[in-house]
Design a protein around this ligand. Structure first.
Ligand code: NDP
Ligand code: MG
Length: 363
């Protein structure tokens, strides 16, 4: 098993599953958190290690039997070196795309948390060997097994950290408030993406590419217990329920079957919950208005992802306000949408991504 992004929220959960199930780890890759990576190396003894951040090179504690690679290309070379059939890609952001492409090129199974890979590259990626780790898509995959005549797919959203704040104060909310997610404990970027609803836009595109459908919508389910629903042509509806714990989809991908027991996931007493599925309010989440446009013009996902990535980190660094994320995403789409017709292959994706990033890094 290979774990890319091993020091993150998904990565550390995957390593817990590996430990509990004696799964051998062949390779670990991380960005810059050398201290945690060193602990993981000691515990799991991988043959191959990759570290993105060259400035941390000297701190890496490996022994002479371990091969080590550095930098962006180093991670790709390291993937190439592995013999494992399954690679978990839990890198955050656009940086996950090249590793995803490398895994697919090597005919390995890609257990994909890095949804950004599909958001930007979905038009040019063969999804046959992808197992979704995103909870909603994992749920959809389970729901569609053995079903025919599927009319519609629905994924759920929690509403994010700002779902209950006074709507007039949203645009000036602090990073601290926007990171305070009610149901999930995740990395910072996806937590902000949840608060803006960008995460759900990403997931709509992710579902489109994984399940080859445009009949996909999202509703708010505040408990994050119902993860997805499907409606069949006879108007029956099937739902997938489970606690908000990523070890459920991760363990399924890693074990290739349902786990006998996942320690942190307890039995759900349904009588403790009230289930209510509501429409996503576009006054509170103005970006949700982009959903149909994105389904019609999915390559706009490249622009959305690029500008969003810049804006989220600027917001986290207190350089812009929360509300600026919304307004600047709309501006970026308006500015760059004319260019998407020139995107004909995956190389063009890298080109446009860089154009958007260069523009917004200086503006
Ligand atoms: P985190 O921020 O917690 O972790 C990101 C990981 O990626 C870290 O290990 C980080 O390393 C590593 N990383 C970042 N940049 C690079 C790079 N350029 N090269 C190599 N490694 C890099 O994020 P999450 O675990 O929350 O999310 C990971 C992905 O999974 C995202 O795409 C997210 O949308 C998706 N996802 C997450 C869910 C969750 O519950 N967390 C749920 C569904 C999807 P380091 O810390 O060492 O710098
Ligand atoms: Mg999700």
């Amino acid at each position: 098993m290979v774990i890319l992004g091993s020091t993150g929220s998904i990565g550390t959960n995957a390593l817990k599953i590996a430990k509990d199930n004696d799964i051998k780890i062949e390779m670990l890759a991380a960005g810059s958190n050398v201290d945690l990576l060193n602990k993981q190396i000691k515990q799991f003894n991988p043959k191959i290690v990759a570290l993105r951040d060259l400035s941390q090179k000297d701190k890496l504690a490996i022994d002479k039997n371990q091969k080590v690679y550095f930098g962006e290309d180093g991670i790709l070379e390291a993937i190439n070196e592995t013999k494992s059939d399954i690679v978990i890609n839990a890198i955050v952001g656009f940086s996950g795309l090249k590793p995803s492409l490398e895994v697919i090129k090597k005919d390995k199974i890609l257990a994909l948390a890095n949804k950004e890979s599909l958001v930007v590259g979905g038009e040019f990626i063969d999804t046959t060997n992808i197992i979704p780790l995103d909870s909603e898509h994992f749920a959809l995959q389970e729901l569609i097994k053995d079903k025919q005549n599927i009319k519609k797919m629905i994924i759920t959203a929690s509403g994010g950290a700002l779902r209950d704040v006074d709507i007039n104060t949203i645009s000036t909310q602090t990073p601290q408030n926007a990171l305070n997610h009610p149901n999930w404990n995740m990395g910072k970027k996806i937590t902000i993406d949840s608060a803006t609803m960008v995460n759900k836009l990403f997931e709509i595109l992710e579902a489109k590419y994984l399940f080859h459908t445009d009949n996909i919508d999202a509703l708010i389910e505040r408990n994050s217990i119902i993860h997805a629903l499907i409606q069949t042509n006879d108007n029956a509806i099937f739902a997938h329920l489970g606690y908000s714990d990523m070890k459920l989809p991760i363990s399924y991908a890693m074990l290739g079957k349902r786990a006998k027991n996942i320690e942190s996931i307890k039995e759900i007493d349904l009588s403790n919950f009230t289930f209510n599925l509501t429409k996503i309010d576009t006054n509170r989440y103005p970006l949700w208005n982009l959903k149909d446009t994105l389904l019609k013009n999915p390559k706009l996902g490249i622009i959305l992802n690029a500008v969003n990535e810049i804006l989220v980190y600027k917001f986290l660094a207190n350089k812009i306000r929360f509300g600026d994320i919304n307004t600047n995403i709309y501006k970026a789409i308006e500015k760059f949408e004319g260019q998407i017709k020139y995107i004909k292959n995956i190389e063009d994706v890298f080109y446009i991504n860089k154009e958007v990033i260069d523009f917004y890094s200086f503006n």
